[in-house]
Design a protein around this ligand. Sequence first.
Ligand code: HEC
Ligand code: HEC
Length: 198
Amino acid sequence: MNNFKNAVTMGLFLVCTSALASDAKTKAMPCTACHGVDGNSIINPEWPNLAGQHPSYVTTQLQAFKSGARKNSNMNAMAAALSDQDMADIAGYFAGQAPKIATLDAAQIAAGATLYRGGNKVTGVPACMACHGPNGVGNLAAGYPALRGQHAKYTTLQLQAYRAGTRTTDPKEIMRTIAARMTDAEIDHISHFVEALH
Ligand code: HEC
Ligand code: HEC
């Protein structure tokens, strides 16, 4: 009898959780056209991977796109239609996907490794690792996004946007201050390093 009850309870539990999961997947469908079904975008490297990104970071960015605080012609329209619940569900869906990490040769990532781990003491660029973590997984509690496996092209565009002051979502201007001290070569090196980081 107990076994039967347990089986029924377990069955209901599975039905409920899979219904919730498929609801989130349905909501994420329009997003997967650009961001990939498994959160790894494949068509255009300007479209970021969302796989394994912290849900709180994703919802914060979606709110910023919705309010217009972060500007992008694709994303402002997409986010405008989302409720807070939609954002939470979709963020949960992408957070549960595994990020794909690029394989690049040692020569392509060497220069970025030094900067990522040690910064540039001459120009005052801090080590990215201090906030984004040695493996690029970021810091959930502090709101530092994961960077590992991200397309080099997307990372370059974001660092350029912070440097130009056109992306203003960073609290206390953290990333604007850092990017302002970076050269084009440093942005290029770090973007490739991060794409292969794990
Ligand atoms: C037509 C392509 C397209 C579609 C569809 C799309 N996105 Fe995007 N998304 C982009 C682009 C391009 C960017 C980069 C914007 C930028 O450069 O600031 C982006 C950025 C983002 C970011 C910021 C990621 C980061 O690392 O900061 C999030 C979160 C996001 N999209 C979520 C979504 C969600 C959720 C949906 C579905 C409701 C969606 N996107 C649909 C193209 C798209
Ligand atoms: C003091 C903490 C801190 C340090 C050090 C730091 N970052 Fe960040 N970074 C952040 C925060 C916070 C955000 C989210 C800002 C936002 O919401 O726009 C961020 C966002 C980013 C993004 C945007 C990610 C995305 O998905 O759009 C990139 C790229 C980035 N950082 C690269 C770097 C690099 C490269 C370095 C080292 C040169 C670095 N960061 C050092 C805190 C930091």
